[in-house]
Design a protein around this ligand. Structure first.
Ligand code: ATP
Length: 536
């Protein structure tokens, strides 16, 4: 797993998983954009969730509700009044913080001179319609759950479901977090995967327990390790006002053990809150009187011939926190084989020369110098880290005379490639790219023809993202695919064409496995079935 967030931030940017939002305009705090590999990873995670929770269950329906909802939703859900964090201002540097996330001291300047905490509502307000009348506003939803409660009757009536059953939804949520931080862990725009599971009152506790187990097993199935996933039973004084019990699933992120998902027993609070004639419903939860709703959100129990308000179990997970957890768990810097001292020594010397010549180079801007020195230190600290970022530094404005860096790269790269690798050990199902097709020689018409044919056939199977890469020597290409977590590389070589020593290898390719780095020959005719089976 990753040791620092920096490892993930740097890999994400370098290889195209996740970029800071609006970067060319100086950024927008609390927003990130998913790049070519990130969008695949995120979609795969969401699909795995949908598959397990909707397709593979008998008792679930899916919906996709609007982000904008009637603002009364947020009055009766309790968000207008209670969806607040305690905010403090630093009297010294004027920075704002969430009081419960700082230990009585400003993290920026260290001052203990703070204002009294005051409530700050996290909902984004937005005008709806062309008339700028003070009443024509709504909120960007801060959770997807309310879209499910408001559609409870629609789903019930259109599907004739019997209790227990659930409604699942994935989608964007927005929170004006006072201090977004820790990469995509706490952002202002994010995605949630939420289930509201409706049960008969009295069966709620057993279902709550069952959902906690289910959700833990699902996170394990997408690659998180048991050691890093910790269930935490909230204490009575920590519970939200609607919850009877909540179990948080905490994950050991690079920045610490923090919430990945919350699984709450919300009783009949939500359906009760959004119902009319609440007095007639026999609610267990205390709800605010509702003078606007036009429906009773009840269920007719055919056995007892009574209308009841179901209890709700809510497993609520963050997609972005899920991506971060999966990425962090998968990350490894590995020594491929022991590096003999006589191979390392010249590299270490080159590194020393590099650092010296950078610090002495008069032509470099201060920024370029600092960046290069930092890069040098990083390489020194972990020779296994790739040097790809040097490429970026080479094109920095003002970075003339960086011949030294190029030379260093020339010396270090082969050693790094031979003895070390950065690898993402994703479950194949989650890997952004499933297969890389690699021609052993990029200009050999026979090899290229066969390789492109394989790429086309795998692509048209419609079940996997496949790439073709001929931009380097084969060892380098393997390392590049390791670094983005591609589980299989398919190499077309002279043996494939029947030009090798052993005629029996004609029409076979090398399949190289990411984790074990083992290679085997597979017949082209069997390749698709073979890969599909390994993909799970
Ligand atoms: P926290 O205490 O960390 O602010 P929360 O308890 O407010 O989180 P919930 O309201 O339970 O979070 O939301 C359910 C899930 O949505 C969380 O477990 C998390 O995965 C995700 N989530 C909540 N806020 C954010 C955010 N600002 N950025 C990314 N994901 C978030």
């Amino acid at each position: 797993a990753a040791q620092t967030m920096e490892q993930l931030v740097s890999l994400s940017k370098r290889r195209g998983f996740i970029f800071p939002g609006s970067a060319i305009y100086g950024g927008l705090q609390g927003t990130y954009d998913y790049g070519p590999l990130g969008v695949e990873l995120k979609n795969n995670l969401k699909l795995a969730w949908w598959r397990a929770n909707v397709w593979e269950r008998e008792d679930m329906e899916g919906i996709d509700a609007s982000i904008l909802m009637n603002k009364l939703t947020w009055r009766y859900s309790g968000h207008e009044e209670t969806f607040v964090d305690p905010m403090v201002d630093c009297k010294g540097c004027k920075m704002r913080w969430r009081a419960d996330q700082i230990a009585g001291k400003c993290p920026s300047c260290g001052s203990a001179e703070l204002t009294e905490p005051r409530p700050f509502n996290l909902m984004f307000k937005t005008q709806v319609g062309p008339v700028p009348d003070p009443e024509s506003f709504s909120y960007l939803r801060p959770e997807t759950a309310q879209g499910i409660f408001l559609n409870f009757k629609h789903v019930l009536d259109s599907t004739s479901r019997k209790l227990p059953f659930g409604i699942a939804q994935m989608g964007k949520s927005f929170r004006n977090e006072i201090t977004p931080r820790n990469f995509i862990f706490r952002v202002r725009e994010f995605e949630q995967m939420e289930i509201e599971f409706f049960v008969k009152p009295g069966e709620d506790e057993a279902w709550h327990q069952k959902w906690v187990e289910d959700r833990i097993n699902w996170w394990l199935s997408v690659g998180l390790s048991k050691d890093n996933l910790v269930p935490y039973h909230q204490k009575a004084n920590e519970l939200a006002h609607y919850a009877k019990a909540t179990v948080d699933l905490l994950y050991r992120f690079p920045h610490g053990l923090e919430e990945l998902e919350g699984i709450a027993n919300r009783t009949d609070y939500d359906l009760g809150s959004h119902s009319k004639d609440q007095g007639s419903l026999g609610l267990k939860a205390r709800v605010a009187p509702n003078s606007h709703s036009t429906e009773k959100l009840t269920y007719f129990d055919a056995e007892t011939k009574q209308h009841v308000v179901p209890f709700v179990i809510e497993p609520s997970a963050g997609v972005d926190r899920g991506v971060l957890a999966v990425l962090s768990e998968a990350y490894a810097e590995e020594q491929v084989k022991p590096a003999p001292a006589d191979r390392l020594k010249p590299v270490e010397e080159a590194l020393g020369t590099f650092l010296k010549s950078v610090s002495r180079n008069e032509k470099l801007t201060a920024d370029a110098k600092n960046a290069l020195l930092a890069e040098g230190e990083r390489i020194e600290g972990a020779l296994g880290e790739r040097l790809a970022s040097i490429t970026g530094l080479l094109s920095m404005p003002g970075a003339e005379g960086i011949e030294v860096a190029k030379k260093l790269r020339g010396q270090v790269d082969p050693v790094v490639d031979e003895f070390y690798r950065t690898v993402l050990h994703f479950k194949p199902r989650l890997a952004p790219i499933k297969v890389a097709v690699l021609p052993l020689k990029k200009n050999h018409p026979g090899i290229v023809d066969v390789a492109k044919g394989i790429r086309r056939r795998l692509q048209s199977s419609g079940s996997m993202r496949v790439v073709y890469d001929d931009t380097g020597a084969i060892g380098k290409l393997y390392r590049r695919q390791d670094e983005i977590g591609t589980p299989f590389c398919v190499t077309v070589d002279f043996d494939t064409l029947g030009d090798g020593k052993d005629a029996s290898t004609k029409d076979t390719v090398t399949v190289r496995h990411r984790d074990s780095m083992a290679q085997e020959r597979v017949a082209i005719s069997e390749l698709e079935g073979y890969l599909r089976e390994k993909m799970g």
